[in-house]
Design a protein around this ligand. Structure first.
Ligand code: ATP
Ligand code: MG
Length: 548
């Protein structure tokens, strides 16, 4: 037994080490996964601002690339009315445009006295401004001074273009942006893009002055307000708030330990502004947790799976060990049980053979010994045999009407004769008979009464049998005042060859009695349970159908 138990003990230790290792790995995996998720969220906090900025600036780009060039498509010249219509649609579609100045320009030959040779005279013929005010757009003359700088700048660029551009080819996109657009903080000026033919005409005008000849051009200045740019926070999970702030802005109440900030500069006319992103740490932690949940769940699932495997191995080992112990006990008990009667028979036999002239009394004595020991062996064999038969369901059941009073009395009497110190009492209530197999019921009584006697202290060998009836069953209770059964053993005692070792079952016990009872009761469609308290006593309750 020893080497084997060592092997089992070693295996148990391995299982425990395995469980501890996977538990440690589980904790480590969770910590690593959490830290990685947290790092990932912080990384996204720093990088996804580009998405938000692109989304936010989209209308501005659209305005710049598509809406402004529409002016040119008015065939080179906008009237006050068409400029007003155009402005209305701009105000409707682009809330960040707050104010539009519309210039009608007159281009003619330079007057030599106050203009340089290579320049045409470009003058503001009229100027109107359109303001957004409760959707009512008013046209009103703009103060010349306020617009002078915008206009002069554009006029210079136009003059340079007329004088120096290459008319043998179309102007490049870059040249167009440089000449006809003027982007300043919160202000975009736009001049009608000249066609090649126009440039040629103007150049002709430059080369040969034609006093009195005047051409018309349009210019528009858009005054923008960055605060009316609609912030499109398409990463709400990362950014608790996204606001537009001047580039110089830096929060004063910067509680660095609790707030995360990042920013991205706005392009073009909004270059004095930035998008300012702010999240509290707890906001990002909540996001980290949300992303971590499924990962944690999967790790937990794997862990539980491994624990289950570990548990199954452990259970298997435990069962194997129990089986091994049972087998060991069984062989031990049976050899012991066989050995005693066999050696007694052997002694009696050799005495009979060796001694001559034995008296009649001696012969009878030896005969009785041989008879008794053969009975013991027979009993033992029968016990095993009937158990096997019962397990294989190869027993024939003979149902009879049993008068309970007589039946119980018979067993009580025989036990009183067998054990003079056994105090037996019985109470039968509400039931007189039962229909079942008397031999099987007898085996039940035999085993349970035998146990009650065997597992009681010598001065307290008492058993009370109580028989009652409920609707369909007869209930037999066998209550003793014996040594009792520890709680954790209560289910084990019905296992085959299972014994709780104590001083009362050192001889003649193989651990089959209760297993046999359980098989019997199952066979008779009933059930058996036990209630017990150590040192107080046990109660075995057998419930059998009244009519089998
Ligand atoms: P066998 O009945 O086969 O000769 P056994 O009495 O040891 O051997 P079971 O009758 O199956 O086997 O009982 C199993 C174990 O349950 C016993 O070893 C004993 O420890 C415990 N047991 C059974 N009946 C009682 C009882 N009435 N009081 C206390 N312990 C009991
Ligand atoms: Mg027994």
């Amino acid at each position: 037994m020893k080497p084997h138990s060592n092997v089992y003990r070693k295996n148990f230790s391995l299982i425990i080490i395995f469980m501890v290792l996977i538990s440690v790995s589980f904790v480590v995996a969770l910590i690593v996964a959490y830290n990685l998720t947290s790092a990932y969220v912080l990384d996204e906090f720093a990088s996804k601002k580009i998405d938000v900025s692109e989304e936010t600036i989209k209308p501005y780009n659209d305005f710049f690339l598509n809406k402004i060039p529409e002016i040119t498509s008015y065939q080179g010249y906008l009237t006050y009315n068409s400029a007003a219509d155009y402005s209305t649609s701009v105000f409707n579609d682009y809330p960040f445009v707050r104010h539009i100045v519309f210039y009608e320009l007159a281009i003619g030959s330079a007057v030599k006295s106050h203009k340089k040779e290579h320049k045409l005279s470009i003058d503001i013929e009229s100027m109107h401004q359109f303001r957004r005010r409760k959707n009512i757009i008013k046209g009103a003359p703009q103060k010349r001074l306020a617009a002078e700088a915008d206009f002069n700048n554009m006029a210079d660029k136009l003059n340079d273009f007329i004088a120096f551009s290459d008319t043998s080819r179309e102007a490049t996109q870059d040249e167009i942006f440089k000449t006809f657009y003027d982007v300043k903080p919160e202000k975009i000026s736009y001049l009608n893009i000249l066609r090649r033919e126009d440039v040629k005409i103007y150049r002709g005008l430059l080369d040969h002055a034609q006093p009195g000849v005047v051409y018309r051009q349009n210019m528009m200045t858009f005054l923008l307000d960055a605060y009316h740019l609609k912030v499109n926070n398409n990463h709400k999970e990362l950014y608790q708030s996204v606001t537009i702030r001047p580039v110089v802005y830096y929060p004063l109440e910067n509680d660095a330990s609790n707030i995360m900030i990042t920013e991205v500069a706005l392009p073009g006319a909004f270059s004095d502004y930035k998008l300012f992103f702010k999240s509290t740490k707890s906001y990002l932690i909540a996001e980290t947790n949300r992303r971590f949940m499924p990962i944690g769940g999967i790790v937990l699932l794997i862990y539980m799976f491994l624990i289950l495997i570990g548990y199954l191995i452990y259970r298997n080992l435990k069962i194997n060990m129990q089986l091994f112990k049972l087998q060991y006990d069984f062989i031990n008990n049976f050899t012991h049980e066989f050995k005693t009667p066999v050696s007694v028979i052997k002694i009696a036999g050799s005495n009979l053979r060796g001694e001559s002239g034995l008296s009649e009394r001696q012969l009878k004595h030896y005969g009785k010994i041989l008879d008794e020991e053969a009975d013991k062996l027979n009993d033992l064999m029968n016990k095993l045999l009937s158990f096997t038969q019962l397990e294989n369901k190869s027993i024939n059941i003979k149902i009879e009407e049993i008068v309970l009073n007589d039946f119980v009395d018979k067993y009580i009497d025989s036990f009183r004769i067998k054990y003079a110190d056994f105090k037996l009492s019985c109470k039968i209530k509400n039931v007189n008979t039962i229909y079942t197999d008397p031999v099987l019921l007898g085996s039940l009584f035999q085993n349970l009464m035998e146990n009650a006697y065997k597992y009681s202290h010598p001065e307290k060998k008492e058993l009370h049998i109580n028989i009652t009836r409920d609707k369909r069953n007869v209930i037999f209770s066998f209550k003793d005042k014996g040594i009792g059964i520890p709680k954790k053993e209560l289910t084990n005692v019905f296992n085959k060859f299972y014994r709780i070792e104590n001083k009362y079952n050192q001889n003649g016990s193989v651990g089959l009695g209760l297993a046999f009872c359980k098989e019997l009761v199952n066979f008779m469609h009933g059930e058996i349970i036990v209630n017990s308290q150590v040192d107080q006593g046990s109660e075995f309750v057998v419930t059998l159908p009244y009519d089998n």
